[in-house]
Design a binder for this molecule. Structure first.
Ligand code: IVH
Length: 680
C-alpha cells in the first residue's frame, strides 16, 4: 500500500512541477486553478502522511542570509534573458482554501497561538494577475520585479514604463519611508484583451487564451517597445519591506498610506474584529468583486497588526497570518454530444465541443473550444462523455475535465481527423505548431472565411454581405476570390435565398460603394498573414499602391516602422503567388481603388507628434479624434511618456493627466485641441 502511495506521490510531484513550469515560466497553464489546487492539496496531504516527522516542511529563517538555502515553495518564473533582483523580503505564496470549516480552523490556530478570544483581521480581494514587487527609494521608482523563485525575480521595469497608474515619483508627503517595497499584481483589462485578440484575428494569428496569460507573457517580452503596445494595469495590496521598519503598524494603515501617495490600491479593504465578521466580509466581497476592474478569484484574510504577523511567522511556502478563501468559478456538468472541426480563413483547424445546452454564469452554453488535438488527447476527451464545463477568466467556456466514472463502457478515444472536413485534403502540422491546418487555399471554408473577412467592418465594410450570403455565393460557385465580388451583377443576387429586386440592388450598391474604401482598407482585407489594420495603414502611408508594394524588396519593407522580417517575408510570399497576382489585376480592372497619391509626410502639420487622449471628449468620439490627428500626420498612443507631444484631457481624466503634468508634457483642453485642429 505504502509503495502505491509513494508512487502516487512521485506522480503528483511531477504533475505539480509540470504545471508550475507551464504557469510560471511559459505563461500558458493548461489546467484550471481549481484543478491545480486539488492536485497540490493531494500531494501535500500524502507528504504529511508519508512524512509524519515533517522532513519535507522547511521553516523560513528570520535571518535573510539563510533564505537562499531555504527556497520558498512558490514555483519559479525566472528566465535567462532577464536581469535578476533579490527581494528585500521573500515573496511567499498563500495557503488556499475553498472550505468554510478550514477558514475557521485557520482562525482557531491563530487564536490558540496568541491565546486570545478574537483577532483583528483585514479582508481584501485576491487579485488573479501576475505577482510583482515594486521598490521606491526616496520616493523614486527603482525597480519592478517578478516573483521569480520567491527570493529573487526578473527585472521587468522596462516593460511596465507605459503602465499609467504606476508613478515614477511619489509625492513628497509626511511619513514616506526611505525604502518601500510594495507587492501587487499586474493584469490586463477585458477590453484590452479583446482589442489585442481582434488585431491577432485580423492578422490571421492564433488567439491568446485569456487575459492573465497574456499579461504574464507581456511582462516577459524582451522588447519593451512591443510591451508598450499592450496596455497593462497594476494594483498594489501589500508591503514587502520598508525602512525605517516601524513605518506601518497595521496592514490597514499601510493601505491608507499608499492610497494617499496616489498608488493604485484595491477598493475593498475591510477591518474586522473577529473571524465571523471576516466571513461576512468575504460574502460581501463575493458580491462586489464583479464590479472591479481587475479579475479576482477569492478573498485574502490577514491579521491586521504587523507585530502580530511577525509573531505568527511563516512556513517555507506561506505566512501563517493570512489565508486565501477562493471563490468557486461557475462550473456545470453536461454531455459532450459531438466534436466538430472549424476551418479558419487561414486553414487552421479548431476542434469545437458540441454540448447539451447548459446554464453557466448567466448564459446558455452549447459550444466550447477544445483548442487543439494535443489538448483532447491530454484530457482524453471522448464523444459521449460527461464533462465539466467552466467559465473562469476565459471568455470562451472551457471543458475542464471528463467525469471518468460516468464514461460508457464501449467508448472510444477520439480520433483527430487526418483530412479537412470540408475539402478532404490531408491536414498538415508545421513543426512547433499546436494546430493542424488545411493546406488547400481552394477549400470552400477558407474561401468563405476570406470573403467574410474582406467584407467585414474593419476592412472593406460591405453592407448586406454577411455570412449567410457569402455561404450561398460560394456554394453556388459565384465567388471564389475577393475580386469575383466586383464581377457580380444584380441578377446574380436574385437567386439567393430571401433576395428580391430591392435587396439585390442594395447589395450591388454596397459592393460598388466599397470600391472607394482606399488602399489601407483594401490591404487589410486581403488577409495577408501578419498584416492587420495598423500595419496596412503604415504600408499605405509608404506606398502609392498595391502594385508598388508588390514590387518592394524586402530591404525596402524592413525600413518601414513596425515591419519586421516575418512580416516582410509574408508580404513578399503573398505577392509572389500567381493566383494572388491575377486576383489583384482583376480588382484593379473592376475599378477598385488600388493606388493613391502619397501625402508628403514631411509637410504634415502633426508629423512625428504623438497625442494621448484621456477623459471624456464631447465633440467627437475617440475614433473620430484619432482620425483627425492621423489625417494631419500625427499618431495616437495609449500611454504618456516624455516623447508625448500633447495630452488631450477631457473631464474625468486621471492618472494620464497627472503623469503629463509630472513630465511637463503640454496638456490641451478639448477647446484648445479644436482650435489646434482648426488652425491646420
Ligand atoms: S498577500 C506573504 N494579498 O496571490 C504573501 N496576495 O496565491 C502574502 N495575491 O503570492 C500575499 N491578491 O501574488 C496577498 N490581496 C492579496 C493578494 C495576493 C493576490 C497573490 C499574491 C500571492 C498569491 C498567492
Amino acid at each position: 500500500m505504502t509503495k502505491e502511495k509513494e508512487e502516487r506521490l512521485r506522480k503528483l510531484r511531477s504533475l505539480v512541477d509540470e504545471h508550475d513550469q507551464r504557469y510560471y515560466k511559459d505563461a500558458n497553464p493548461t489546467i484550471s486553478d481549481r484543478e491545480y489546487d486539488r492536485i497540490k492539496r493531494e500531494m501535500e496531504e500524502l507528504e504529511q502522511e508519508l512524512d509524519p516527522l515533517g522532513l519535507f516542511k522547511q521553516e523560513t529563517s528570520s535571518n535573510p542570509d539563510e533564505w537562499a538555502q531555504a527556497l520558498p515553495e512558490v514555483g519559479d518564473d525566472r528566465l535567462e534573458e532577464f536581469a535578476s533582483h533579490r527581494h528585500l523580503v521573500p515573496m511567499l505564496s498563500l495557503d488556499n482554501t475553498y472550505d468554510e470549516t478550514e477558514f475557521f480552523e485557520f482562525d482557531q490556530r491563530l487564536k490558540k497561538l496568541f491565546d486570545l478570544n478574537e483577532l483583528p483581521y483585514v479582508v481584501e480581494p485576491k487579485i488573479d494577475g501576475v505577482a510583482v514587487s515594486v521598490t521606491y527609494v526616496d520616493g523614486v521608482l527603482q525597480s519592478a520585479v517578478t516573483r521569480g523563485n520567491g527570493i529573487e525575480g526578473d527585472v521587468i521595469t522596462q516593460n511596465l514604463k507605459h503602465v499609467s497608474a504606476l508613478p515614477f515619483d511619489l509625492p513628497s508627503l509626511p511619513g514616506m519611508p526611505e525604502v518601500l517595497e510594495i507587492r501587487g499584481e499586474i493584469y490586463m483589462s477585458h477590453d484590452e484583451f479583446i482589442r489585442l485578440n481582434d488585431l491577432r484575428e485580423q492578422a490571421g494569428l492564433p488567439l491568446y487564451a485569456n487575459p492573465r496569460n497574456l499579461a504574464a507573457g507581456t511582462v516577459k517580452l524582451l522588447d519593451p517597445k512591443e510591451a508598450s503596445t499592450r496596455k497593462l494595469e497594476i494594483v498594489l495590496y501589500g508591503m514587502g519591506a520598508c525602512s525605517p521598519e516601524s513605518c506601518f503598524k497595521t496592514q490597514s494603515q499601510f493601505h491608507r498610506s499608499i492610497r494617499e501617495w496616489r498608488l493604485p490600491t484595491v477598493e475593498y479593504l475591510k477591518s474586522v474584529s473577529s473571524a465571523s465578521e471576516a466571513w461576512e466580509a468575504i460574502q460581501e466581497l463575493d458580491q462586489l468583486r464583479h464590479g472591479y476592474g481587475y479579475p479576482t478569484d477569492g478573498a485574502v484574510v490577514k491579521l491586521d497588526p504587523i507585530e502580530m504577523q511577525k509573531n505568527a511567522g511563516s512556513t517555507a511556502k506561506s505566512p501563517r497570518w493570512a489565508i486565501a478563501y477562493k471563490f468557486e468559478s461557475e462550473r456545470q456538468e453536461t454531455l459532450l454530444e459531438d466534436i466538430i472541426m472549424q476551418v479558419g480563413r487561414t486553414g487552421t483547424i479548431t476542434p469545437v465541443a458540441c454540448l447539451k445546452p447548459v446554464q453557466l454564469a448567466g448564459t446558455t452554453v452549447s459550444r466550447a473550444s477544445l483548442h487543439n488535438a494535443d489538448e483532447i488527447a491530454r484530457k482524453d476527451i471522448r464523444i459521449g462523455d460527461f464533462v465539466i464545463v467552466e467559465k473562469a477568466g476565459e471568455i470562451i467556456p472551457q471543458v475542464v475535465e471528463v467525469i471518468s466514472a460516468k464514461r460508457v463502457e464501449n467508448s472510444q478515444p477520439f480520433e483527430f481527423p487526418t483530412e479537412c472536413p470540408t475539402c478532404e485534403d490531408l491536414l498538415v502540422r508545421e513543426e512547433g505548431e499546436a494546430a493542424w491546418r488545411c493546406p488547400n487555399p481552394e477549400c470552400a471554408e477558407q474561401i468563405k472565411g476570406r470573403l467574410e473577412y474582406f467584407a467585414s467592418r474593419g476592412c472593406m465594410d460591405i453592407d448586406h454581405l454577411g455570412e449567410a450570403v457569402i455561404d450561398q455565393l460560394v456554394d453556388q460557385g459565384k465567388a471564389k476570390k475577393v475580386s469575383d465580388l466586383y464581377e457580380l451583377k444584380k441578377e446574380d443576387f436574385l437567386t439567393l435565398e430571401g433576395f428580391a429586386e430591392k435587396s439585390a440592388e442594395n447589395l450591388f450598391h454596397s459592393i460598388e460603394e466599397s470600391k472607394a474604401r482606399g488602399v489601407a482598407r483594401l490591404l487589410c482585407g486581403l488577409g495577408i498573414k501578419h498584416v492587420g489594420s495598423s500595419v496596412a495603414k503604415e504600408l499605405a502611408r509608404n506606398f502609392t499602391g498595391i502594385k508598388q508594394l508588390g514590387q518592394a524588396s524586402s530591404d525596402e519593407l524592413l525600413e518601414i516602422d513596425g515591419i519586421g522580417s516575418i512580416m516582410a517575408e509574408s508580404i513578399s510570399d503573398f505577392f509572389e503567388d500567381p493566383g494572388n497576382q491575377s486576383m489583384l489585376e482583376q480588382l484593379e480592372k473592376s475599378g477598385v481603388e488600388t493606388s493613391h497619391e502619397l501625402k508628403e509626410s514631411g509637410e504634415q502639420p502633426f508629423s512625428g507628434k504623438a497625442f494621448v487622449l484621456t477623459g471624456t471628449l464631447n465633440t467627437f468620439s475617440r475614433d473620430q479624434a484619432t482620425e483627425r490627428i492621423e489625417a494631419l500626420g500625427g499618431k495616437v498612443t495609449s500611454s504618456v511618456s516624455k516623447k508625448t507631444a500633447f495630452v488631450v484631457a477631457g473631464p474625468g481624466a486621471g492618472s494620464k493627466l497627472s503623469k503629463a503634468e509630472a513630465l511637463g508634457v503640454e496638456v490641451l483642453s478639448e477647446e484648445a485641441f479644436l482650435e489646434l485642429l482648426e488652425k491646420h
